[in-house]
Design a protein around this ligand. Structure first.
Ligand code: UTP
Length: 297
């Protein structure tokens, strides 16, 4: 059985309704944190983790996302002519090797599990990673790299997990923990959006997965059986029912929920402060704002 993970799926076919009206014409994944679109952060994380094949599950209205990775000879010539080598380097970071990137269409938004299943022929019989670009993770060692290293040591399907306060648990999929081994926990169940006070732990699933191929087979069954939304967490939970191990992985890093407005704003401030060319000006501005807010109260 192959344990090396070289393929990643980026499900980007959602409607992004929380960012309307912007997402009426701009895909959510093209929205920028400082000066880079969300998708660039996801691609960089996957590259650092050794991913060689990048599979986007897209939908109608996402052509800006496909164009983003194209070469832009006119822009390149212009920057060269003007001697703007730094900007030229920035531009080249967006280029992908020919054949490394594939686009699959999800014809109907039937859920995250269905989006992942749409990529089944490109995944073949290999394990694979799934990255949700709305979850941006600032980390010394990129989150997916931490996970793939753990997976190669102990090859069980793995979900990224994060401690959340009890009152926030109902917004997530929550792990029912069998054994806590530190950064890795063995999982005996998963509850999607538990009712307040019923969460089996404070470990919530966020948008990074490293999955055994059998999860894709589980999705096959759901496709033929159930109608409505097809959940990825259900297909992972089926692994447990089938007696195969599932692990939660406590990653080291800070996660921003850029699928929500508040999370996106927090990420903008945090990534802005992390940029030496912007830090001082932004900090001064924030101090002024805080001062004015306090004075007004
Ligand atoms: P979300 O639940 O954030 O949905 O999907 P969304 O459509 O992107 O945004 P809102 O809630 O309407 O604002 C989580 C991830 O799963 C993908 C999304 O693109 C996002 O990356 N997804 C979801 C699909 O690719 N297809 C689906 O059918 C559903």
């Amino acid at each position: 059985m192959k344990n090396k993970v070289t393929k990643a799926i980026f499900p980007v076919a959602g409607l992004g309704t929380r960012f309307l009206p912007a997402t009426k014409s701009v895909p959510k994944e093209i929205m920028t944190l400082v000066d880079r679109p969300l998708i660039q952060y996801a691609i960089d994380e996957a590259r650092a983790a050794g991913i060689k094949e990048f599979i986007f599950v897209t939908s109608r209205g996402k052509s800006a996302l496909e164009d983003y990775f194209d070469h832009s000879p006119v822009l390149e010539e212009e920057l060269e002519r003007k001697g703007k080598t730094e900007l030229l380097d920035v531009l080249k970071q967006t280029y992908m090797d020919s054949g490394a990137i594939a686009y699959i269409r999800q014809h109907k938004a039937l859920g995250l599990g269905h989006a992942v299943w749409c990529a089944r022929r490109l995944i073949g019989d290999e394990p694979f990673a799934v990255i949700l670009p709305d979850d941006v993770i600032a980390a010394e060692k990129p989150c997916l790299q931490q996970m793939i290293e753990a997976f190669e040591e102990s090859p069980a399907s793995m979900v990224a997990a994060m401690e959340v306060p009890p009152e926030k648990a109902s917004a997530y999929g929550v792990l029912d923990v069998k054994e806590d081994m530190g950064s890795v926990v063995s999982v005996k169940g998963m509850v999607e959006k538990p009712k307040p006070g019923t969460a089996p732990s404070n470990l919530a699933v966020i948008g990074r997965y490293v999955l055994q191929n059998s999860v894709m087979e589980n999705l096959d069954q759901m496709k033929s059986g159930a109608g409505g939304e097809i959940q990825l967490t259900d297909a992972i939970a089926d692994e447990i029912t089938a007696g195969r191990p599932v692990h939660g992985f406590r990653f080291k890093g800070q996660r921003f929920d850029c699928g929500s407005k508040a999370g996106f704003l927090q990420a903008t401030v945090s990534f802005g402060l992390g940029r030496p060319d912007l830090r001082e000006e932004l900090l001064n501005y924030l101090e002024d704002v805080m001062h004015i807010e306090h004075a007004a109260q």
